[in-house]
Design a binder for this molecule. Structure first.
Ligand code: MG
Ligand code: ZN
Length: 266
């Protein structure tokens, strides 16, 4: 039996909002956030916003409480558990931060299903303020990718994973930052962009730039159905077998979404 590595983006892919925006808005600092956004990189601004929230008297407990209320579709929760049960290795690559992601996953009983979370490190300092650091320390060296923000090139992370990976990779994401990794996937891999979101729009500009198969999804329910279908196909293949969706055996149900998604590729 073959297996697969499923790599999830976090914001608007696992949860149905952006965790940074969610926290800042819920704690009443969104006007300041929007005012400062043109002046510094997003990741640096989030670290700064945590200082502002601390100065406003907001505690880590306030932040945790808000994070636990972030929306997540029940199908996504079920799908993560099913994918793990089918033998997939699950990872996250996210431009949020470790505390936000771990707090939300733990709240939904999902943290233990992920073997790796590549994200911006964060810690609570001695004054009780959350510090958020860049994944790539851009003050020391530039990651050199023109597509990505200075603190994180998800493509570099995926490329490192591909170099030591014989299993097929399925990557799910919605944002601009997920476009770079989509360009690094191999023919045997699957890229699952969220339809009508920035990454999907970039792919539509030139679908031939991707080597992998592309399967679009819109909502949590569709994401779960489609992902489990792809995983089912992969695990039914011999370990070294080619896995093209054209070769789906008739016994495997084909969702309408598959036909729509495949239309994206010429
Ligand atoms: Mg996202
Ligand atoms: Zn990049």
């Amino acid at each position: 039996m073959a297996s697969a590595v499923v790599v999830f983006d976090f914001d608007k892919t696992i949860i149905d909002c952006d965790s940074d925006n969610w926290v800042v808005e819920a704690l009443g600092a969104d006007d300041l956030f929007n005012l400062l956004l043109p002046t510094m990189p997003w990741n640096s601004l989030m670290d700064h916003m945590m200082a502002e929230l601390h100065a406003m008297g907001k505690s880590i407990e306030d932040i945790s409480r808000v994070l636990k209320a972030a929306p997540i579709h029940p199908s996504v929760v079920t799908c993560i558990k099913s994918a793990h049960a089918l033998g997939c290795e699950l990872r996250i690559v996210s431009d949020a931060n470790a505390l936000f992601i771990e707090t939300i996953l733990e709240h939904h009983g999902l943290l233990g299903f992920f073997s790796e979370i590549a994200t911006n490190p964060s810690y609570v300092d001695e004054e009780g303020r959350l510090r958020i650091l860049p994944y790539h320390d851009f003050n020391k060296s530039d990651h050199g990718c023109p597509l990505c923000p200075p603190n994180m090139c998800k493509g570099k992370i995926i490329e490192g994973a591909i170099q030591r990976e014989e299993r097929k990779i399925i990557y799910l994401g919605d944002g601009k930052g997920d476009y770079c990794p989509s360009l690094r996937l191999r023919e045997v891999d699957f890229f699952m962009p969220r339809k009508d979101f920035p990454c999907w729009e970039l792919i539509c500009e030139d679908p031939s730039a991707l080597k992998s198969q592309v399967l679009e999804w819109r909502y949590g329910e569709e994401q779960g159905e489609l992902l489990l279908e792809v995983i089912t196909i992969i695990v039914q293949q011999p370990a070294s077998g080619e896995c093209k969706l054209e070769s789906i055996p008739p016994a495997v149900p084909t969702y309408k979404s598959l036909g729509r998604a495949l239309a994206l590729r010429p």
